[in-house]
Design a protein around this ligand. Sequence first.
Ligand code: PXP
Length: 249
Amino acid sequence: MNRIRLGLNVDHVATVRNARGGHAPDPERAARLALQAGVDGITAHLREDRRHILDRDVTALKEVCDAFGKPLNFEMAVTDEMVAIALDLKPHAACLVPERRQERTTEGGLDVAGQIESVGAAVARFNEAGIRASLFIAADPEQVAAAAKIKAPVVEFHTGALCDAWRDQADFTFENEFNRLKAAVALADELGIEVHAGHGIDYDTVPFIAKLPQVRELNIGHFLIGEAIFVGLEAAIGRMRDLMDAART
Ligand code: PXP
């Protein structure tokens, strides 16, 4: 089986903690439990406004990932501050995302084509430092071509609109979005870029995304952390893992 990796985004454990301040629930503990439950890596987004993950969380998460021999995917905006933190932290991967203060979550893909110099400079620094740069982009051939041009080793396709279309049962939109994703995935793969996907994925949407054979990794956060409230993190991860494996067989 062409196994697909599952990365858990622990941002929203920190969201709940920060709603009260203090130390609980602890994203580091969530990462440890998730790694024991078999996830292949941990993602955390250090936002400019530190609304969920804090600087100390990133250090603690890196230590937990190192202890398990698993990758930390450090999600970040393309700013001097974040590039410096990433170069100092040396995570396995740095996922470059657009960031706007007003947004509730990362609402769109990074405009690599429109900011080719600044994104290219960050990717070049990460390539030199041995950190795998991953560009969080829309399923758009222009963005894939720009990612290839600046030698990004990985792209992560934003699946938010696709998952929303599935939930809205808007067949036409869903089919359009899914065709766009399939074409972009195929193009990235042809250009030698490793393909990941993430955003808005749940038990209903994972089967058709995980089925795309070129997709090597899914990064899932909000749904799994929410589901863990009801069934526990291990059970939520286990069910997602089973659905991902079933999609590949
Ligand atoms: N991948 C990236 C790059 C993201 O920005 C996010 C959201 O923070 C995710 C994956 C996970 O999305 P969700 O929380 O909707 O599962």
